[in-house]
Design a protein around this ligand. Sequence first.
Ligand code: HEM
Length: 494
Amino acid sequence: MVKPYDAIPGPKQLPLIGNAWRFAPLIGQYKINELDKVMWSLKKEYGNIVKVGGLIGHPDLLFVFNGDYIRKVFKQEEVLPHRPSMPSLHYYKQKLRKDFFDGNAGVIGVHGPKWDEFRKQVQHILLPPSAAKVYIEPLDVIASDFLRRMEESLDENQELPGNFLSEIYKWALESVARVSLDTRLGCLEPNLPKDSESQKIIDAINTFFWNVAEVELKMPVWRVYHNNSFKKYIGALEDFRILCSKYIRKTMDNMNQKDFQNVKQENISIVEKILLKTGNPKLAAVLALDLLLVGVDTTSIAAASTIYQLSQNPDKQEKLFKELKGILPNPDSKFNSQTQENVPYLKACIKETLRMYPVIIGNGRSLQSDTIIGGYHIPKGTHVIFPHLVVSNSEEYFSQPEKFLPDRWLKNEDETSDCPFKREKTHPFVTLPFGYGRRSCLGRRFAETELQIFLSKLFRKYKVQYNYGALTYKITPTYVPEQPLKFKLTHRKT
Ligand code: HEM
């Protein structure tokens, strides 16, 4: 017997203002940057399926804390999966700057046939496992430049500066720009001036992300009144679009002088590949903007969290060092495609970090038709949220979820491992840091390759410690460490 939608447990709505007050400043009990805690408390209080209704100007949110429910929604995914995110970005692309994005709106904040048409034209260039392999060499050069910069910034205690996270952003931006545009932005130059274009792009990305949570998750007042957060958010998008467009145009202009028959694959950027394939400069430019917009903070935070986890687990770091020493003979050895095939433990460390600290703490889909989840009838239009942070840290799905145990991912590959959980079968829908299905992350190959190269080189060369206790995280809306990342680096002897 299917139970009605109204029977789903969840916080009570107040008359007229529903549940929106819970996110209101001062009176609300739910703080936007503490959504992780909100999700944990919803599960604790109401169980595996929770409805938060009455959010003014926003469809109901249905939190599902169960791998089978998540599988059900993903598996029946319609032809046009709708990720309920960023209506304000949709507004920016399709109304405010319609002149620029018309006909080619990209994939971020875009839905329906427009998203489908765009994605079909670009995904075959971005998704194959080989897509990022061709860029290993230039990405290795960028990682080496970054390590040099890190080394130069160490203080007398061999510790990195308090603003190290923003330094990681520079590495990630430099990497994604190299891949997308075949351009070195110069983010890793010593003493990057505050008013340099690279710094301005980084600032724009930061301002965008700092304000997106305010704009998207609180009452959407911006629909009637453009408040401060909204103005900053749009200002950042405009700065970002204008600055990046300059580099994109330069890449396109230089194409005329390139003899593509005789150019190495690593020197053909994604923008160029798209242009050669489609002949559509607007499509190539909008894709590059989307990649630069979401390809920086995500990879940076994944790198920061993995370094932190390994700093807190010296035995795991030692095991990783042994693996790296076997494949990179000296501390400055180059990472190549063969290295990439031979670092299973490093890959397991990244996977385990993203299980414990998924950069995107929750994903979601807006249901395009009525469905049944957990025995309840769920109407079309409901926003189903997959709270990955909670699900992938639940004892229901992982033994000792609070422990950093990369070995649990090696299964039978590593016979020497004494991890008691390595034969434990993992539910395939409880840790999906890059999403799933037709709308999954388009940059996954690049993110993984960038992380593997940088982390291999870092942990081959240095022992890394963090002496300031446990890090805490906040939602911005990515899941970001709050404290200064003053990692201590000590040279390995060989
Ligand atoms: C560790 C780093 C990263 C993580 C954890 C991550 C995670 C995600 C997630 C969870 C989604 C939503 C997928 C879904 O709805 O099923 C997504 C979408 C996306 N990501 Fe990533 N991402 C990362 C890095 C990158 C990078 C480096 C790029 C670009 C170079 C990128 C480009 C995109 C794009 C374009 C989409 C939208 C796809 C669409 O809606 O069709 N991501 N990412």
